[in-house]
Write a protein that binds this ligand. Structure first.
Ligand SMILES: [Zn+2]
Length: 312
């Protein structure tokens, strides 16, 4: 009997496959502009200041952001010829211009008030390596809205090219778009010209997609040099790495929202420039993280209130 049933199941299976029930292979990885497969979010790492992922610097003035050789494969540089239609009818540009520059960034990438009497217990929230998925972006922005917070979303050009509609969501919901280079590659290892193109191509595609150019630049892996900084400045942007790494990219934090929160709190200082990523566990952690920051008396600096020239 059992043998008979098994035989029947086997026949049924054979029939099904013969009918062309095609295996839907939906790889996690996304295809980039030139068609090469890039890393999934879980695989894509961003080293911290030391590249070891173990930085716990509590002294704002001693934080350094050296570079790491760690990198994720990206794409060859491609021209961004495929574009969404330009539509400049966005309402947030005027609002952006109206915001008074009441903060500046210091040489260690901390955010400080211009007026010493102003609130210094602030943090800058940033999310790198998107735009990837609508669900994650909306999850982050819903939480930011709940806490009346603005953040910089540092985007890669090849991802914008794949998902211009996600960039529009970030912009239309009043968040700030930053430039994170076209590919997620180490710009320091490129020629000055190639690195400059990585910067300007993102300015171009963002402008064409949402009508405004980014005002903030963060190099992949925090890795840059003077020539890159000059290019960034020439393009009217403020160059930054970070001063508080949530380590959400690190294996030790994968699927552990509590760890993301703890890592940020462990390195918390007035003016912390917090590096996070568009990752599921960061989306999950954000509400509690922002609540805890508020409980400690911190507010969230509006990126648009930061001067575009760093001060020493
Ligand atoms: Zn990155």
């Amino acid at each position: 009997m059992i043998r008979h049933t098994t035989a029947l199941i086997m026949i049924a299976c054979m029939l099904l496959s013969a009918c062309g029930t095609k295996d839907e292979t939906t790889p996690e990885s996304t295809k980039s502009s030139n068609g090469s497969v890039t890393l999934t979010q879980e695989q894509q790492n961003e080293p911290t200041a030391t590249g070891t992922g173990k930085t716990k610097t509590n002294n704002p003035q001693s934080s350094t952001n050296s570079n790491s050789d760690q990198k994720s494969p990206g794409d060859d540089e491609t021209s961004s010829t495929e574009k969404e239609g330009t539509d400049n009818t966005y309402g947030t540009q005027a609002a952006e211009d109206d915001i008074e520059k009441t903060y500046y960034m210091n040489a260690n990438y901390y955010i400080k008030p211009n007026d010493k009497m102003s609130e210094s217990k602030v943090v800058l929230l940033t999310f790198d390596d998107g735009p990837k998925e609508e669900k994650m972006i909306k999850g982050l922005i819903d939480t930011l809205d709940k806490h009346d917070a603005k953040a910089i979303f540092f985007v890669n050009g090849y991802r914008v090219q794949s998902h211009p509609e996600l960039l529009k969501i970030i912009h239309e919901r009043g968040q700030v778009v930053g430039n994170h280079a076209w590919d997620h590659e180490d710009l320091k290892k490129m020629s000055t010209t190639a690195a400059a193109k990585q910067v300007t191509d993102v300015q171009k595609i963002v402008k064409e997609t949402i009508g405004v150019e980014p005002h903030f630049f963060r190099p992949p892996f925090g890795s840059g040099n003077d020539a890159l900084k000059a290019t960034v400045k020439k393009n009217g942007m403020l160059y930054m790495t970070w001063s508080n790494g949530s380590l959400d990219w690190d294996k030790s934090t994968k699927n552990k929202p509590d760890k993301v929160i703890q890592n940020v709190l462990d390195q918390l200082n007035p003016g912390s420039n917090i590096l996070m990523h568009e990752l599921p566990w960061t989306v999950e952690a954000l509400d509690e993280l922002l609540t805890k920051l508020e409980q400690k008396g911190y507010t969230f600096v509006d990126p648009r209130s930061i001067e575009l020239e760093a001060r020493s």
